[in-house]
Write a protein that binds this ligand. Structure first.
Ligand code: FES
Length: 283
């Protein structure tokens, strides 16, 4: 199975279809607000994994009820709920997928195809059940569960092996030692300019505003872009750093993500000033 997944990651034959789908997803989900909503910016972590709980939970519950006598109506209701709720989960997933790396998009494409087959089979199951053909409905639902399970397996590979939409920067914290770390003389720190420094080999950015200084991990949570090379811009009255790679924006006075494709906030380090020297420590 591992060899198969490695082949899938390297399957450049999928790129033509993937590139075409990526363009059409980006053209369709154009408004920034819609994209941010679907990335999960408002909750501070990706929305897609949360949304898939509803169809997966409904379909598995329906599969159990289908094994019990007298549960046809309840099973039909759950198949209906799962089928309807799969649509927003799929749209959020496509929105995330369009901002992934090429290797991730190849696996994501097959993940989406397996789930599309599952969804189609469940829609057929629902139609059959509503027409009173419960035997056919049950058979289609079990086939749909098989396809959705294959999709879920690939989704797990995408997240846990390939790191799609997981916070790419948070593991940096494990490389920072305990205690306060000196970073810069306040006297030499410019106002409202990004400055890059290192804490135990971990790159951080410093942003001074008045006597306050924000110290933030430099590696972008989306795909490790260098935030130190990003622009500072104002969004909704807050100074934000914009990632130079795909445009995720993070508040410099808190680290909250303001625009995706990152669905994750960026980590800020607590600071203090001792004898004119700025210091930072682990949160
Ligand atoms: S690496 Fe993609 S937005 Fe920063």
């Amino acid at each position: 199975m591992r060899a198969l997944l490695t082949k899938l990651e390297q399957a450049s034959a999928l790129d033509r279809a993937g590139d075409r789908l990526q363009r059409s997803v980006q053209a369709t989900l154009r408004p920034q607000r819609v994209r941010d909503l679907l990335h999960g910016v408002f909750i501070g972590h990706p929305l897609h994994p949360a949304l898939v709980q509803v169809p997966v939970g409904s379909w598995i519950s329906a599969a159990v009820l289908d094994l019990m006598p007298g549960q046809r109506r309840a099973a039909t209701a759950l198949v209906g709920l799962g089928t309807v709720s799969a649509l927003p989960a799929a749209i959020a997933g496509l929105n995330d997928w369009a901002a992934l790396s090429r290797e991730q998009r190849r696996v994501g494409l097959v993940h989406a195809a397996a789930n599309a087959v599952g969804l189609t089979l469940y829609a057929g199951s629902l139609a059959a059940r509503l027409r009173g053909r419960h035997g056919t409905g049950r058979a289609l639902a079990y086939l749909g569960l098989g396809a959705a399970s294959a999709g879920a397996y690939l989704g797990g590979h995408l997240a846990y092996k390939q790191g799609a939409q997981v916070n790419q920067s948070i593991s940096e914290l494990h490389r920072i030692g305990e205690g306060w770390h000196p970073l810069a003389d306040m006297a030499n720190l410019p106002q409202r300019k990004l400055v890059t420094r290192e804490v135990d080999d971990v790159s951080v950015i410093l942003y001074r505003h008045g006597d306050e200084v924000t110290v933030m991990l430099e590696r972008c949570p989306h795909q490790s872009g260098p935030l130190g090379e990003g622009e500072v811009t104002e969004i909704d009255g807050h100074a934000c750093v914009v990632c130079p790679w795909h445009g995720s924006a993070f508040r410099l006075n808190g680290g909250e993500v303001m625009h995706g494709p990152s669905g994750n906030d960026q980590q800020i380090l607590p600071t203090r000033v001792v004898d004119g020297v700025l210091e930072a420590r682990l949160p």
